[in-house]
Design a protein. Structure first.
Length: 317
């Protein structure tokens, strides 16, 4: 986040509310705009060398088509800068993840989403329960017509058990748009992946993304990637889309954790072929070593990281 705490405080107090207003206005202007660039060529907001002088809005909104939106949080609000996905059906909309900030003034996610979904009801799911994917939940809690599935094991299981499906996969109907839910633990116990039948996107959260992926349960992760690779062989996939960009535009190179300015980011979309490449690499690994690919790097958590992850998960259960 902001390197100088005093500058950061000034930035948040005065600049972000103004940018939030500008961000909402820009969203309204984009609602019916046709996409002018392919997703892989989008110039995402990527932070600032000095957050006190940053001019980017708190949320960047990209419209893939009239019913599909990709949102990215400003890195000066959170270095994690997570991506969120908003899918609109005829009857209801689905939002995957709620970002890393709860304050609606500095991070107006609810207002932004409302401006895009019209009169539809909203289902809110989480790719997993880490804080940078759920802190915006407080903005949606208690809203009429909104269903917020809490990011814990019991709530996720209750939701999946009542969803349609065969085997381990579940199906969500948004009204003329089917979304398949695939359980993909490994990075975190409640990790899920969504497959959108309209865009043919596989939304993988922190399970697969262009960055440094920490794995808590190596065997579960290996099985999840194998499951996704098999899914890719039996379904038509256009792209694999994760929740972050941490890789640079140089193969195998990533920005350090905590970076708030990433001017040379890799593209967000990954080719579906990366799933089989990763599955093959994981099958050869012993679970104690880093698995580097050009597009991403997978690293097992150490004992301290697993302990901290367990504590954080306990607080959400």
């Amino acid at each position: 986040m902001c390197r100088a705490m005093k500058s950061c405080a000034v930035y948040r107090r005065f600049t972000i509310p103004l940018l939030a207003v500008l961000g909402i206005l820009s969203v309204q202007a984009q609602v019916w705009a046709e996409p002018v660039v392919a997703l892989g060529h989008v110039k995402w907001i990527h932070g600032s060398p000095d957050c006190s002088k940053g001019i980017d809005p708190p949320i960047q909104v990209f419209q893939q088509n009239k019913s599909t939106w990709v949102l990215r949080q400003n890195k000066c609000l959170s270095f994690e800068a997570p991506f969120m996905y908003l899918l609109l059906g005829d009857d209801r909309a689905l939002l995957l993840d709620t970002g890393a900030t709860d304050n609606p003034e500095s991070f107006p996610l609810l207002t932004t989403v409302r401006s895009l979904i019209g009169e539809r009801s909203l289902l809110v799911l989480h790719s997993h329960s880490h804080g940078d994917h759920r802190r915006g939940d407080t903005q949606f809690s208690g809203q009429t017509g909104f269903e917020l599935v809490a990011p814990n094991a019991a709530s996720l299981r209750a939701f999946l058990d009542k969803a349609d499906g065969t085997g381990s996969d579940r199906s969500i109907e948004l009204g003329g748009r089917e979304v398949i839910v695939i359980e993909t633990p490994g990075h975190q116990e409640e990790s899920i992946t969504l497959y959108d039948s309209q865009t043919r996107w596989l939304l993988t959260g922190d399970t697969v993304y262009p960055g440094l992926i920490y794995v808590k349960d190596w065997q579960a992760y290996r099985e999840s990637i194998s499951r996704l690779a098999s899914f890719a062989q039996s379904h038509e996939l256009a792209a694999v889309l994760g929740a972050h960009i941490e890789m640079t535009d140089k193969a195998g190179e990533y920005y350090p954790i905590g970076t708030v300015y990433q001017p040379h980011e890799a593209p967000l979309p990954l080719s579906p072929e990366v799933l089989q490449t990763l599955a093959t690499a994981l099958a050869k690994a012993n679970g104690k070593e880093t698995v580097p690919l050009d597009e991403l790097v997978v690293q097992p958590m150490n004992a301290l990281q697993r302990t901290l992850s367990n504590v954080a998960r306990f607080l959400t259960q």
